[in-house]
Write a protein that binds this ligand. Structure first.
Ligand code: NAP
Ligand code: GDD
Length: 339
């Protein structure tokens, strides 16, 4: 039986990857940071919670990482743990760097000293392209990060390549573009939009407050993307791959798609910071712009070129943005109905 160790198993990708690996017959070990609140909602939702063995773990603690690797003896390690929210990285840049950059190095160095045969997956990101040097972005596009998060992930990306080249470790980086799902953290823009607008549709009096609605992202479905992670570790040789849909949409378009799916009768009014969405049925403002949600430096446009992954991994995205919005809103509606 193959054994996989997943760091960050309580997050969005951790849940979908656990499900995929358990369905493939893996024994899955998951790492969890101690907390006083419930962390296993995602894993319980996908019915995998009882099939996983959990370990207390923090990417900040080298001896803890080494002990978990020695105990679980994994064939594959998927390093999904990170301080993953870009705005928080401006608030706590040093902690973000310690977790995201040095955390990755701590795992790689542990693999190197404990068992070089362990295969390693690093969760790299399109945030590394930042102020993009090319459109679309591929594995060869130069990086120009725009946040401490982006900078920290470039270190982890390159240290993964360095350990692969220096010590012959099967270490791969997936440069994943934004991927979303019903299990997406509530502070990320897609989930914030679908959950808030759904609550408003069901009678909540709140207003959706967002920042830069002109930012464009290449959004895919997390369930499709974790399959690419697994494919990378099954390849004979380790490598780096862009995983994306090849299509880009603005936050504004995502709001439109959600409003349409929820069958709002609405209109956009105003300009710039005063732009808002009004519900034509009762004249109330459903969405407005709030400067609180703008960032010190923005990534304006992301669009990935997934041809290498299509060619070499035989991977392609299966879920359109419209289907993704439906998945997310349907889940949000069920949450309200079952509350
Ligand atoms: P997520 O939902 O934010 O999950 C992050 C996970 O990391 C959580 O389980 C979190 O645990 C854990 N974690 C945070 N700090 C830790 C620490 N010091 N020690 C151990 N665990 C820690 O992220 P995601 O969306 O699933 O993304 C997975 C990975 O892919 C991340 O590395 C992210 O940066 C990267 N990525 C994501 C996307 C995307 O669009 N989703 C795109 C490209 C790359 P707690 O529950 O304790 O906080
Ligand atoms: N979160 C948030 N909240 N973002 C907003 C808002 C808002 O109210 N209003 C506008 N945005 C814009 C942001 O400025 C950004 O341009 C875009 O929406 C997407 O923001 P997020 O959903 O927070 O994602 P992200 O692109 O910053 O980062 C995500 O994707 C990266 C891959 O490119 C995260 O998952 C990262 O961990 C991941 O690496």
């Amino acid at each position: 039986m193959k054994r996989a160790l997943i760091t960050g198993i309580t997050g969005q990708d951790g849940a979908y990857l656990s499900k995929l690996l358990i369905d493939k017959g893996y024994k899955v070990f998951g790492t969890v940071r101690r907390s006083t609140s419930e962390k296993f909602v995602n894993l319980k939702y996908l019915n995998v919670y009882n099939k996983i063995k959990f370990y207390d773990f923090d990417l900040l603690e080298l001896s803890n990482i080494q002990n978990v690797i020695k105990e679980t003896k994994p064939h594959e390690i998927y390093n999904l743990a990170a301080q993953s929210f870009v705005p928080t990285s401006f608030q706590v840049p040093i902690v973000t760097t310690d977790i995201n950059s040095l955390g990755t190095l701590r795992i790689l160095d542990s693999i190197n000293s404990i068992n070089k045969k362990i295969k390693f997956y690093q969760a790299s990101t399109s945030e590394m392209f930042g102020k993009v040097a090319q459109i679309p972005q591929s594995e060869n596009t130069p990086f120009y990060p725009r946040s401490p998060y982006g900078v920290s992930k470039i270190f982890s990306h390159w240290i993964t390549i360095n350990y692969r080249e220096s010590y012959n470790i099967h270490a791969s980086s997936g440069i994943l573009f934004n991927h979303e799902s019903p299990l997406r953290g509530s502070e990320f823009v897609t989930k914030k939009i679908t959950s808030t607008l759904t609550r408003i549709k069901y009678g909540s009096k709140e207003t959706l407050r967002v920042g830069n609605i002109n930012a464009k992202r290449d959004w895919g479905f997390a369930g499709d993307y974790v399959y690419a992670m697994w494919l990378m570790l099954q390849k004979k040789n380790p490598d780096d791959f862009v995983i994306s849909t090849g299509k880009t949409h603005s936050v504004r378009q995502f709001i439109d798609l959600t409003l349409s799916y929820l069958k709002f009768d609405y209109k956009w009014v105003g300009k710039g910071m005063n732009e808002r969405v009004v519900n034509k049925e009762d004249g109330k403002t459903i969405m407005k712009i709030d400067k609180e949600f703008f960032r010190p430096a923005e990534v304006d446009l992301l669009i990935g070129n997934p041809s290498k992954a299509k060619r070499q991994l035989k991977w392609k995205p299966k879920t359109s943005l419209k289907q993704l919005v439906k998945l997310m809103v349907d889940y949000d509606e069920n949450q309200i109905k079952n509350a």
